[in-house]
Structure formats: structure tokens, C-alpha cells
Design a protein around this ligand. Sequence first.
Ligand code: ZN
Ligand code: ZN
Length: 240
Amino acid sequence: MCAPPNLGLRLSQAGNRGGRRHNENVAAMLPSHEPSAHARLVGVLIDLHCHTLPLSQCSNLQAEELADLARARGLDGICLTEHDALWDTRDIAELGRRTGFLFLHGMELTTDAGHVLAFGFGAGSPAFASVEEAARAAEPAGALLYLAHPARDGLLRVTERTRTLFASVETQNGSDSKLQNASASGISRSFRLPGIGGSDAHTPAEVGRTATRFDAHVTDEASLVAALRSGRYEAVRLDC
Ligand SMILES: [Zn+2]
Ligand SMILES: [Zn+2]
């Protein structure tokens, strides 16, 4: 679904009528900044699926370049989801300070059930032998797992088993076709939480194609996971 939103979410009181809000809010929402009037606004747009060098060797994006592109394309924040690798918490904080942009970190796990987007593992080890093992580790860590691009390659990897392992699926992947994303949206209806959106960006042109709009403050990993658990978010397509 292309922006504007379809869930009747409360948006920023100032701007964002067209689905993209001015990013002065972002700097105000960084943990290192003092609260301001902007920080009370809601309706943040965050790309939950991005890859950068050097942790994802298949990407040609540097994190600083990603911040510039994301800001220019109307995003409020980025969640870095490297392949089977997790950014160091201090490095993420330093990246946010250096760029003045909201950076969060999850990861994209390679599992026997396909690629899995994980949020909330903090500084834990990303190495899991199976998706069941990842799900067992997610429980005590308070982390959430979403099946990434579930309709890619014509493979619908969702079964009764996977419904117990994942919070939901990715329903707007910037690298997938509209048909694949429509299939993913159908799949998501049998999960307890809505689907998420992320560009899956590996190149500059792919940044900001899709994102997730939250009806909540998201300033760090804890508030991201809380916002996901609330279910008050929607996946949005931004390049149509
Ligand atoms: Zn993937
Ligand atoms: Zn990916």
C-alpha cells in the first residue's frame, strides 16, 4: 500500500500531509538530544530493512551515505539489518551523533525458514543453528522475529509452524514486486501483529522505497520493540 496511511494513525500535528514529514524531528528524537516540542509529535517513518558495508558485503552503501539519502527521501530513521551480523551498540550511537539521524539496529538472519528480520536482541550473538533456536533466544531477550520477503521467488514459506515463531511478516519489501508484496500482505493477516515495511536497500537508488510508519515515539531499540509490540504501525510504499 502506498502512503498516505490506511490505518487512520494519528500523524504529526505539523506537516506530513503527503506522507513524509520534515526531518527536523529526527535530531530532536535522538537519545543524546534534549526533549523538545518536536519530540512530542507522533507518526515516525522508519525503514526497518537496510544493508550497509562492511557488515553486509552484498551492499554498496555506507551508513553515512544512507543517512543522507534517507533524510532527503523523507524518512525519520533507519534500522540497520545486516546479514547475520549486529552493529555494536556504541557504534550505532556514535553513527547517530555523527549524522544527526536516528539509527537503530536489528539484523537479518539466514535460517532454515528463510531470511528473518530480528529486532531487540541488543548486543547478543546473532548466530543461531535454526529458526527455532532463534525463536527460543528471542523470548527471554524480548526480541521479535518477522519473516522477510515471504513471497519472494514464488515460495510461500509460511506454515502453521512458522506462525508460532514469527510476530508477523514483511509486507512491503522495496526489492519485491507489487504482486509479491500483495501476497505477503495476505499472509500477514494470520499473524498476531501487522506486517512491516523496509526497503531492503543495498544501493542508493533503493533507499526509501518502503518503510514502516509508527504511531509512537521511536528513539532507540527499546522503544522500537515496544512500538512493534503495540501493533500501532503500518507498512507503507513510498515510491509510487
Ligand atoms: Zn533477505
Ligand atoms: Zn535484506
